[in-house]
Design a protein around this ligand. Sequence first.
Ligand code: CTP
Ligand code: MG
Length: 232
Amino acid sequence: MNTVPKCWAVIPAAGVGERVGSSIPKQYLQIEGKTILEHAINPFIRNSRIEGITVALNPQDSHFSTLGIKSSSRKIHSVTGGVTRAHSVLSALDSFEAQLDKGDFVLVHDAARPFLTMNDLDRLIDVCLRHEVGGVIGARVTDTIKQVDNNHIVNTLDRENIWRAFTPQMFKFGALQFAVQKALKENIAITDEASALEYSGYKPRMVEGDSRNIKVTIAEDLSLAEIFLQKE
Ligand code: CTP
Ligand code: MG
């Protein structure tokens, strides 16, 4: 068994980007000369603590092989993803089976998040390596948050305790694989890895990061993305 846990990355990139509504999947749209997927993977290529990166691709993907990113780094591998994000993540985790220790860490990062900073990635790794199960990058909400019923406000939530959860989300391989399998088997809707871990009874760590680490989800996010990247 390893005494020092290793870190691996999973990039779910098998979605079609229906809500953005472009002619190609959103992760292959270009911002400042590079695809969103390449921006998303770059910090993991550059971070020497990441041993390997597995990208989950759509069975119909015709773009990934044209990027040249696979040949740019020996750390990059690809697998076929599944029908939901969770299935895609699980497919990548299953491909790790022979290689990883249960105590190794896996960082899952959306292909549609092009603004992860090297600094946030390093801090997440530092904090989670010392944690019992792992955690996620997120940011405090700055707006006042209302609970609404039938278009009428029924409550104002205490903003102090409300955070936005981003990716990467970094967890011990054994616990993560178990939790995602369990949630899928029991038909529990999970939109991120943390919710699977929470469902299995864990309390993941929240690590404060840069609030610009957005997921490109709708067409307007693309304009925001251009602005952020031009500023860099
Ligand atoms: N994803 C995946 N496998 C799926 C669905 C989504 O790997 N079956 C990935 C997407 O490629 C994306 C991430 O999960 O990097 C976050 O999902 P989301 O923002 O919902 O992307 P899409 O599913 O592509 O977008 P939409 O829901 O608008 O179709
Ligand atoms: Mg989706």
